[in-house]
Design a binder for this molecule. Structure first.
Ligand code: SAH
Ligand code: SF4
Ligand code: F3S
Length: 473
């Protein structure tokens, strides 16, 4: 039975002591560490904690593999392609280790939570010194220290293969080296209980557990005070926030409470499962001062039969109802989605249902994937007679529709002026700055780099499928 477990102050202190030990051990010369991240924003957020710990352990962060004394790879298991890419890159680290035998190679993240992957790494990837899972990010210093201790050992004792199935851990107050000074991730919950039949996430990320609202509010306040201008709340399904907490609170309540924090900033969130995106949520978004009018509402399929097989708990009509309600509350709503093509047993008629829904809803942007069987999920065991080549034809047709609609939606921005957050430099001319509209659309601008981190008015002059182009006014 799943037990929510908050990491105690004592346990955190212990980790800080492990940091001291590592720090003393590497103090004789500068040591560099690198964290390589695959997968979703949850992993990006975990990587910030890994970096935070590494800094506390005395490492200097680097992006240069050749310089690194420790490389941590934070992996994703959501599709086979992602897994193959990670293992290829991990294998290639053998060259680096040949040059620098002291190099410590750590593999963490969602892939390692699968026993088969751990076994593969144990047998075939001798270059890896430490394997740890997403539930162990909070105790990374201890694992690094123990790995260092083992390096003198022989055979199986030489390496540390961890990745415990401790599903319910909630850890507060961990150090974090944030990647960006303008935009911040703010995890509000971990895990997923939805068990969509194709998806590995509930198996590798464990049961859904929410952080306490007071902890989230305190972190958000700190971020605003530190000058962050764009805060994205993260969870696999933010709409079920609050389940299992003592406090009587749901996601719209949390959003409304966060919105009251004074300051000039934008609040975003992802991801919303359509089954529990409510009118209350749309109303709170519409009434809020800071919340972006953007919802990422993954459709996955437009066919009722396939949605049922996917265990998505909504049908086409219900989904369309939610979209209509959200747009009624926010006429300027930006809507994005994820779609899977070629789910086992999908027919051309099912695919055409998806295509027609896409043409009806007209998403601002879409993320499309060809079904990838994930071992251990129900869908991986379903008969899948359609060939990859046929699926590719459907995929291409969907992508064409997505691109055409995005280009049309972007073209409608041309000639109008929007308030945007300048969030970075592109390294290109003449459009050297990148910015986002409140709805999250990318805008390229030319201007003074000192504007990064500020809001500006931009008149949109041109557009493509992927982005808008504008001038500062
Ligand atoms: N929690 C989020 C999605 C996380 S995974 C949600 O429910 O919306 C991100 C996307 O990857 C999913 O929305 C889905 O479109 C895609 N995906 C997940 N498993 C997949 C699989 N086995 N094959 C292909 N795409 C998959
Ligand atoms: Fe996967 Fe479904 Fe959970 Fe999203 S809601 S992470 S698709 S199981
Ligand atoms: Fe991948 Fe894990 Fe995210 S499987 S998509 S990194 S939750």
């Amino acid at each position: 039975m799943y037990q929510r477990r908050e990491i105690t102050t004592q346990e955190k202190l212990q980790q800080e002591q492990y940091c001291q030990r590592v720090r003393a051990r590497i103090a004789h010369r500068p040591h560099y560490a690198m964290v390589d991240t695959y997968g979703c924003q949850q992993n990006e957020s975990d990587s910030e904690i890994l970096r935070g710990w590494l800094v506390q352990c005395g490492y200097t962060l680097t992006e240069d593999e050749d310089k690194a004394d420790l490389i941590a790879v934070n992996t994703c298991a959501v599709r086979e392609h992602a897994e193959k890419r990670v293992l290829g890159n991990v294998g290639a680290l053998a060259h680096k280790k040949a040059k620098n035998p002291e190099l410590i190679v750590c593999v963490g993240g969602c892939m390692t939570q699968q026993a088969t992957v751990r076994e593969r790494i144990r047998k075939s990837y001798q270059v890896v010194d430490l394997v740890f899972g997403p539930h162990e990010v909070w105790q990374f210093p201890e694992l690094v220290w123990k790995t260092m201790e083992r390096r003198g050992g022989r055979g199986s004792k030489r390496r540390l293969i961890a990745a415990e199935p401790s599903e319910g851990v909630v850890a507060e107050g961990l150090p974090r080296a944030r990647d960006n000074d303008v935009k911040a991730w703010l995890t509000i919950m971990n895990g997923c209980d939805n068990f969509c039949s194709y998806c590995i996430v509930p198996y590798v990320r464990g049961r859904e557990r929410s952080r306490r609202p007071a902890d989230i509010l305190a972190e958000a306040r700190q971020l605003v005070e530190a000058g962050y201008k764009d805060i994205t709340l993260l969870g696999q399904n933010v709409n079920s926030y609050g389940k299992g907490l003592e406090e009587d609170i749901d996601f719209p309540d949390l959003l409304a409470a966060l919105d009251k924090i004074p300051g000039d900033y934008v609040l975003r969130f992802m991801t919303s499962h359509p089954k529990d995106a409510t009118e209350k949520l749309f109303r709170v978004m519409a009434d809020s001062e800071h919340c972006a009018h953007h919802i990422h509402l993954p459709l996955q399929s437009g066919s009722d039969r396939i949605l049922k097989e996917m265990n998505r708990c909504y049908d086409r009509a219900k989904y369309l109802e939610k979209v209509a309600a959200a747009r009624a509350a926010m006429p300027d709503l930006v809507l994005t989605t994820d779609i899977i093509v070629g789910f086992p047993g999908e027919t051309e008629a099912d695919f055409n249902d998806t295509l027609s829904l896409v043409n009806e809803v007209r998403y601002d942007a879409m993320f499309t994937f060809i079904f990838s069987p994930r071992p251990g999920t129900p869908a991986a065991a379903m008969p899948d007679p359609v060939t990859r080549a046929e699926k590719q034809v459907w995929f291409d047709a969907l992508l064409d529709a997505a691109n055409r609609i995005s280009a049309e939606k972007h073209a409608a921005y041309v000639g109008s002026t929007y308030r945007v957050l300048v969030d970075g430099q592109t390294g290109q001319t003449p459009y050297n700055l990148s910015a986002r509209t409140k709805g999250g659309r990318l805008v390229h601008l030319a201007g003074d780099p000192a504007l990064v981190g500020t809001f500006a008015q931009a008149k949109i002059t041109d557009s493509t499928t992927w982005a808008l182009y504008g001038e500062l006014v």
